[in-house]
Design a protein around this ligand. Structure first.
Ligand SMILES: [Zn+2]
Ligand SMILES: [Zn+2]
Length: 368
């Protein structure tokens, strides 16, 4: 329970080393403007060595780390994207075999996450979904429960289906309508992604959930939209992963990096949609024979409680293996006396622009 320092970051984005628009320095400037503490840049199929470190400007500094997003370019569709963090080596040569990729990431001391595991097709633009398709795998560390750019694609798919648009010019207008106001349409993570997480947790697995921007700095290759509708800075103010670490960052890259990776590895983290309202200072703790924070195991006893606290009033739900076991409305605290073992996670929603929005998704506390 010594993890009391909160860091906000984003761990999925691209530079011109793959299909992103801006280089590391500019992305770091955007992150400083957005108030982030750490970044992990994840170009497609290339681990870019030598650029990690603190990037500073007159407004502050951010620790920029480098991971990789790997997929098999010969696969059709080019689905099943895998995020590798902390492996400190190129892994793209294993892309054809997802299990090997997971195993080699682990063997190198890293951890692997399934990126945007659930997506929707956008048939009118011949855009297949790039979710995770190769389920015969084991040993991955976690999943991206919310990917903001992927949410945009899904909202677009929904809008196009609702309008039953078969005529491309009208479909392009819909792209523009949804594209210019993503926050109007994006309300929450894919329900299927949360259901997938709950299913894995109910099987007794410990699966870390992360949420990211997937920033490219360019419009998606959909329609005629050729302007930067999602600048890095905008996206760094949207879906982030907040982590809890034992000490403040001290500027020593090795020390700070290992502290950040430890927090991610242990699931001392929540996914926050910081655009409607910052999710800073959210906490979820378990009090049993021992005390624990998100990601921890807590030994269940007769007096055990789970406690969640949000920075502003919210609708808060406690989810146990897919079932809501406790909820409060428009409150800042939820307390629950658990009797069953297993993984418990918090979801909180708040209203924003006339709709209820997914706001906080905590990693589970594991009662045993
Ligand atoms: Zn991807
Ligand atoms: Zn990506």
């Amino acid at each position: 329970m010594s993890e009391s320092i909160e860091l906000t970051g984003n761990m999925h984005m691209h530079t011109p080393y793959s299909d992103g628009e801006k280089y590391h320095k500019d992305i770091a400037d955007a992150a400083i403007e957005a108030g982030l503490d750490y970044l992990i840049v994840t170009d497609h199929n290339i681990w870019v060595d030598g650029l990690e470190g603190y990037y500073e400007n007159e407004n502050g500094r951010v620790l920029l780390l480098v991971g990789e997003e790997i997929h098999n370019v010969r696969r059709q569709p080019q689905a099943s994207h895998f995020l590798a963090f902390g492996a400190e080596r190129e892994l793209a040569s294993f892309s054809a075999d997802p299990q090997r990729l997971i195993d080699e990431t682990k063997a190198a001391g890293g951890m692997g996450f399934l990126a945007h595991p659930i997506e929707k097709d956008v048939p009118i633009f011949n855009e297949p979904n790039l979710g995770w398709h190769d389920w015969d795998i084991t040993g991955f560390h976690g999943i991206e429960i919310w990917n903001y750019m992927s949410s945009f694609k899904s909202q677009l798919a929904i809008a196009l289906t609702n309008l039953r648009l078969k005529w491309k010019p009208l479909a392009y207008l819909t792209v523009i309508r949804v594209g210019l106001n993503p926050e109007k349409y994006i309300t929450a993570p894919e329900p299927e992604a949360l259901a997938l997480w709950d299913k894995l947790l109910a099987e007794g697995k410990q699966i870390v959930g992360i949420g990211n921007s997937d920033a490219h700095g360019t419009p998606m290759s959909l329609g005629p939209l050729h302007r930067e509708i999602y600048p890095y800075e905008y996206l760094f103010r949207a879906v982030n992963t907040h982590i809890l670490v034992p000490e403040s960052l001290n500027g020593d890259i090795r020390h700070d990096k290992s502290m950040i990776f430890n927090a991610i590895r242990n699931g001392h983290a929540w996914v926050g949609y910081d655009l409607p309202h910052p999710t800073n200072n959210f906490r979820f703790t378990g009090h049993g024979i021992n005390k624990g924070i998100m990601g921890d195991k807590v030994q269940l006893d007769a007096g055990a409680t789970l406690q969640a606290k949000t920075p502003i009033p919210a609708n808060i739900r406690l989810v146990h293996h897919g079932k809501v076991v406790a909820s409060v409305e428009n409150k800042t605290h939820l307390t629950y006396i658990p009797v069953e073992e297993g993984a418990y996670r918090i979801e909180a929603t708040i209203p924003f622009q006339g709709k209820e929005r997914g706001w906080i998704y905590s990693n589970p506390i594991y009662l045993y």
